[in-house]
Ligand binder design. Sequence first.
Ligand SMILES: [Zn+2]
Ligand SMILES: [Zn+2]
Length: 359
Amino acid sequence: MKAAVLHEYGAFLPVEEVDLEGPKSGEVLVDLAGAGVCHSDYHILTGKLDLPLPLVMGHEGAGVVSEVGPDVTGFLPGDKVIFSMDKMCGQCRNCTLGSPTLCQTYGRVFTMADGTTRFSGKGEPYHHMVGAFSEQSVVPADQLVKIRGDAPLRAVSIIGCAVITGVGSVVNRAKVEKGSSVAVFGCGGVGLNVVQGAVLAGATRIIAVDTVRFKLTKAEELGATDLVDAGREDPVKRVVEITGGGADFAFEVVGLPSLVRQAFESVRPGGAAVMVGVQPPDSQITVDASQLMMQRSLIGAYHGDARARVDFPWLVDLYMDGRLKLDELITRYRPLDEVNEAFDDMNRGVTARTVLAFD
Ligand SMILES: [Zn+2]
Ligand SMILES: [Zn+2]
């Protein structure tokens, strides 16, 4: 069986033969159908995010249950599932308050609950979250969300990260109200879903900011009402102009402290800037104190404050009803072997999302 395994940080992700143990207590074996290639994967590849290696890559995917381990209830072979990258205990304060992405028991782990891994190569254990860049994966049942049987798995595979991180930041975290003005700084895979989330929330003005024409055109296709090319004009000045004094909400969806500051400066007194992008480790963000005093907020959003079991089936239903766009976000499908080409496309800004498709 083949999987993409990161052995050392760099620019190339090898696809190789791996061994996969069957599911143990509380675990499920899944045959992958589709796995989205995310910008965070590239950050992991290049060492910008420091994770334990070797690592079976991929955190966004969907597939079909192949085998159910002991003590698992609620899943049967043949069920369609979407992976959730959040491991939640359901018992801690944050889980109980409805923010399982911030689970205080598990945090982010790269092994199973017992500390062992199911993937290995030549006897060496391989770390994994949900191991989506693999033909098959073993995942804890609590990181699977069962979805309706008529959903096309390749399309809905991007819900688990790109879609929920964007839409969830708008509806769960920022709680954007109808009639709001929303500026979106960075219209890649997640930013485009901030645009979609703003549409779903009933925002009136949705201002897309980027330097890449392809991304601005995509943003317009997904519902942006105004486009700002940050390479040609001052985006802060332009957003303030368009909104007549500053947006109600501005989202930073790139991962640059300077852009978080621009988002903050784009909101009106009383408005909120929301940091969605993954920032460089140890980076600092400074804002003007007098602007902060005027009741502007700067808030962080992690993984769209997702409640996977509630949010994923909701997003699948919206897609099936034609109210959430996924096909427009997936620029192309490629086989697992072409994962490096998918990274190249992402870096050249010619794809919104590539999905690795499995037979
Ligand atoms: Zn991701
Ligand atoms: Zn918890």
